[in-house]
Design a protein around this ligand. Structure first.
Ligand code: 3HC
Length: 694
């Protein structure tokens, strides 16, 4: 018997326990062990039924994702699942933790299912660019109906056991010890002469209501999963479930699963899955690093960002002081916070009681001195080095010597901000993304002097805020903005060369970004970019090409907030701003830039390769510890399509040699070293390396 499986008889019932930490994924040894146990059960004269249960924190959480890049090893999961279902003796799945993907497919192959009420089930394969490929697309509709099954599979959500029970996906909720409850359930079934329920034997029927359901979902998915490959394939499988014999439909499912698995989308999403877990393991920061006590928080600056950061902390249970020295700003901040909560309340996501409880933890003040006792202060004031530096110096004379001071700067180098401060080890960057109460990403920026305990405390805070915290080293724009600014630079250079904001934005959206670069700049505000560009005036050529946005800003066009920027805004509609085309023509003349037609292929290549090249510099300069940090930042904070994996993963998919050759070509065409390729990429090509192991 496989070491990860134990077979034990308890009161004439075979208990098959899986023990494959951390999440009992279905790696080869588990699949082999389950198969062997089912054969043994069927030959065991003592055993009258079987229970599949797991040791540790969860029931099987799915197929082993790390095996997907390798050739499949026997027995493959669909065979294991068929073996379970074919058993002549009743098999019960006993669920706790998260029974997901192949784990829930295993449970559906069992003849009955019981679960503790805290358990969750689901088929989240869509989030990995896959479809449930071990007959899940065929069994789930038979278990809970086609409509609920499609909804579960295209959302990829984890469903609470109680809800699954109501829908019939679970036969019994066990209170108390799971194994005791599962044994009781088995004995009751045996006493009632129950027979194995094999879902594959249930007949399905396509009728006009199902046809409409399928058509509606196809349309819905086009919007919800724009650009993704696998969701429509899930619908194909459900359609097959309704109008094909089971065996044929399973064959189709297998074929489509393999197509999804081989797609670049799934490879990218699987890589992101591991990278998002990797970022939690900060190099040189042992898990047992002591953390500072953190019971109260202050946010200084009640602007849009400061008020949303306040909401984020209130939502996570902290008492929060919101400070602004300007009464009008403070009032606006308070009203912003109330607006956010009101909208949550109106959508039914927040009860009256929770709303009031959260607001009861908010204290507002015009006086900095009121926050002398807090454990963490986050400054969220104007993006100006001098003003931020003065505030941090002032704060350190007010708060305790071990209060952490975080700056929510998006570009300023923290190593400069700590100069001439009393406790540089207490200072760290917490770069939130707008809207801060909703966006998952938090760039945690350490300076050369940030204390390890401070870093450990802030990474813990990120988890408490339910954010993905990525630790980066300091430098202008850190990782995210530095890379994104090269994308915006290239968009603006192409504008000077004759492409319009509308053309460029359309190409970026078709490639998968939720918004194009010019719409993003208008949304954030050209005033924000103006203050960033001011910092760049003496920086090397790679950050130039912003004259159009500068002219727009200086003539009062600040983007959406003034109803005019790269576009004109009227009510809720957006129109081309013809002035922009004229300004770019004038600027092109001034700088001797020839205007021409730029096709979509060139537009997207330049936008993305500019990010890749800058990403390699960020890696080479050790601003981040590995390529996954960049990909997690760009996909979670900047709208880089997840199914493309982030710039570094995408470079691997295209091939580093091809990317490098194009970068070299652009380098020949454009002056100012803006396209100068990083040495690291050449070095990697020479060594035959890629950013990720394949
Ligand atoms: N395969 C391989 N490793 C897995 C895994 C899986 N399916 N699921 C989790 N892990 C690993 C993680 O990489 C992590 O490893 P690390 O400690 O070395 O970084 C460890 O397990 C713990 O994972 P988390 O940090 O995510 O732990 P949480 O407690 O926060 O979450 C979870 C647990 C909800 C199970 C979450 O890990 C998860 O969502 N896992 C993926 C579930 C999934 O997508 N299943 C479907 C797989 S595809 C499939 O089954 C195809 C089939 O239809 C044929």
């Amino acid at each position: 018997m496989s070491p990860v499986i134990q077979y034990e008889i308890k009161n004439n019932i075979a208990v098959i326990s899986i023990n494959n930490p951390p999440v009992n994924a279905l790696s080869q040894s588990v699949r082999q062990g389950i198969t062997d146990s089912i054969h043994r059960l069927n030959q065991d004269p003592v055993a009258r039924a079987g229970i599949i249960i797991c040791v540790g924190r969860t029931f099987i959480a799915g197929a082993d994702i790390s095996e997907f890049n390798k050739p499949p090893l026997d027995p493959v999961l669909p065979e294991v699942i068929s073996t379970i279902e074919a058993s002549n003796k009743i098999i019960i799945a006993a669920l706790h933790g998260t029974a997901l993907g192949g784990g829930f497919e295993t449970a559906m192959a069992c003849h009955y299912r019981c679960a503790v009420s805290e358990a969750k089930v689901g088929l989240p394969e869509v989030k990995l660019g896959l479809l449930p490929g071990a007959s899940g697309t065929q069994r789930l509709p038979r278990l809970i109906g086609a409509q609920a099954a499609i909804q579960w599979m295209v959302s990829g959500e984890h469903i609470e056991a109680e809800e699954a029970f109501k829908l019939g996906a679970i036969d019994r909720i066990v209170t108390g010890d799971l194994l005791v409850g599962a044994l009781e359930f088995a004995n009751e079934l045996l006493a009632a002469d129950a027979t194995p329920v094999r879902l594959s034997e249930k007949k399905m029927l396509m009728d006009s209501a199902s046809e409409k359901l399928i058509a509606d979902y196809r349309e819905k998915i086009d919007k919800q999963w724009r650009g993704y490959f696998s969701p429509q394939k899930i619908i194909d499988c459900v359609e097959a479930c309704l109008n094909m014999p089971y065996d044929e439909a399973v064959k189709l499912e297998r074929k489509l699963f393999n197509q999804c698995k081989a797609s670049s989308h799934s490879k990218a999403l699987r890589q992101l899955f591991f990278s998002e877990r990797q970022v939690g393991k900060v190099p040189n920061l042992p898990r047992d690093t002591p953390v500072r006590e953190l019971n109260s928080v202050a946010v200084v600056g009640a602007g849009t960002m400061g008020s949303a950061i306040t909401v984020s902390f209130l939502n996570s249970g902290y008492p929060v002081y919101l400070i602004d020295q300007d009464e009008t700003n403070l009032d606006k901040g308070i009203s912003n916070i109330k607006k956010i909560y009101q909208s949550e309340f109106d959508k039914g996501r927040l009860s009256d009681e929770h709303l009031n409880e959260r607001l009861s933890r908010l204290t507002t003040s015009l006086e900095l001195s009121h926050i002398h006792k807090v454990d963490l202060v986050i400054e969220s004031i104007i993006e100006d080095f001098e003003i931020k530096h003065n505030l941090i110096q002032q704060l350190q004379t007010i708060v305790n010597p071990n209060t952490i001071i975080a700056t929510n700067t998006s570009t300023v180098d923290i190593n400069r901000l700590i100069e001439n401060t009393l406790y540089p080890e207490n200072i760290i960057g917490m770069h939130f993304f707008a809207p801060a109460h909703l966006m998952k990403l938090l760039e945690i920026v350490r300076s050369n002097k940030t204390g390890k305990d401070v870093l450990a405390t802030v990474t813990g805070v990120a988890k408490k805020l339910k954010k993905i915290g990525v630790v980066v080293n300091s430098g202008f724009g850190f990782a995210g903005n530095r890379i994104f600014l090269t994308y915006l630079r290239e968009a603006q250079l192409m504008l000077l060369q004759g492409a319009s904001p509308l053309e460029i934005d359309k190409v970026a959206c078709e490639w998968g970004f939720p918004m194009g670069p010019f719409s993003v700049m208008d949304l954030s505000g050209l005033d924000v970019f103006y203050s960033i560009y001011k910092q760049l005036e003496n920086a090397p050529g790679k950050y130039c090409y912003y004259p159009v946005s500068k002219v727009l800003f200086e003539s009062g066009h600040h983007g959406r907030k003034t109803q005019s920027g790269f576009y004109q805004y009227q009510d809720s509609s957006k129109h081309e701003n013809l002035q922009v085309i004229e300004i770019s023509r004038q600027m092109a003349d001034k700088y001797g830039i020839e205007q021409r037609r730029i096709d979509g292929e060139e537009i997207i290549e330049r936008l993305i390769y500019a990010m890749i090249n800058e990403g390699v510099y960020v890696l080479q300069e050790k601003i981040v510890s590995n390529p996954g940090d960049i990909d997690v930042i760009m996909t979670n904070g900047y709208g880089f399509p997840r199914y493309r994996g982030g710039p570094m993963c995408y470079a691997d998919i295209i091939g580093l040699e091809k990317v490098y050759q194009s970068i070299c070509e652009y380098d020949k065409q454009y002056p100012g070293n803006i396209w100068s390729p990083s040495g690291l990429i050449r070095e990697m090509i020479d060594k035959g390396e890629s950013f990720y192991e394949t």
